[in-house]
Design a protein around this ligand. Structure first.
Ligand SMILES: Cc1cc2nc3c(=O)[nH]c(=O)nc-3n(C[C@H](O)[C@H](O)[C@H](O)COP(=O)(O)O)c2cc1C
Length: 191
């Protein structure tokens, strides 16, 4: 079983990265093979609606989006986390979501994979951020799970300064619970 954790923060070693790594550590302890990917330092250009992918089954951009898509298609479970930027996901995450369109053109799917979302912010915009991530999962016919926190949404963490979350035991526990929940659900679904 492969669990992929994606940090949507451009800030290396920030709160989002810490939480995703914590969730993956717990997933690994629960028996999964895990992989961490971050948008930090990567290039994910936005979709330009040029329809090149419709004709050619690939994007005309040659950048890092392909790597993310390939890893997502190969995973059984995906933990996707974003800092809140102006009340929603980061631009990098939104670009990645839109660039997934090429996957549909290639006949690949994320259907029946397990998805779990994390939003990290200073004080507002959590619901919108989680809803954007969960919408991405649901549009792709994935099964969305949470750590048992906010009903129907993902893990919500209040954190502002770089690395601040590393001393927030409750948040770290939430991330661990989320990682285990993803593994348990994949196990149940594969029966
Ligand atoms: C451009 C920008 C916009 C932000 N907008 C919000 C916001 O709307 N709501 C909020 O609560 N925090 C906002 N923040 C704070 C970040 O979400 C917060 O610092 C978070 O912990 C960053 O996670 P990271 O360390 O993984 O990058 C913003 C930060 C930046 C850089």
């Amino acid at each position: 079983m492969k669990i992929l954790g994606i940090s949507g923060s451009p800030r290396k070693e920030g709160n989002t990265e810490i939480l995703v790594r914590e969730a993956l550590k717990a997933a690994e302890e629960a028996g999964a093979e895990v992989e961490y990917l971050s948008v930090a330092g990567k290039t994910i250009k936005p979709c330009e609606a040029c329809d090149y992918c419709v004709a050619h089954k690939r994007c005309h951009h040659d950048d890092d989006a392909d790597l993310f898509i390939e890893k997502m298609v190969a995973a059984d479970g995906i933990i996707m986390a974003s800092p809140v930027y102006f009340g929603n996901v980061t631009g990098q995450v939104k670009s990645l979501i839109d660039r997934e369109r090429v996957m549909w053109r290639q006949g690949k799917t994320l259907a029946d994979k397990v998805g779990a979302s994390i939003a990290v912010g200073w004080k507002w915009g959590f619901f919108e951020t989680l809803a954007s991530l969960d919408a991405f999962f649901l549009i792709n016919k994935m099964v969305v799970v949470s750590n048992g926190g906010v009903p129907g949404l993902g893990l919500m963490v209040f954190s502002r300064d770089k690395g601040e979350v590393s001393t927030n035991d409750e948040a770290l526990q939430g991330a661990r619970d989320l990682g285990v929940r993803v593994v348990e659900t994949v196990k149940k679904m594969s029966g």
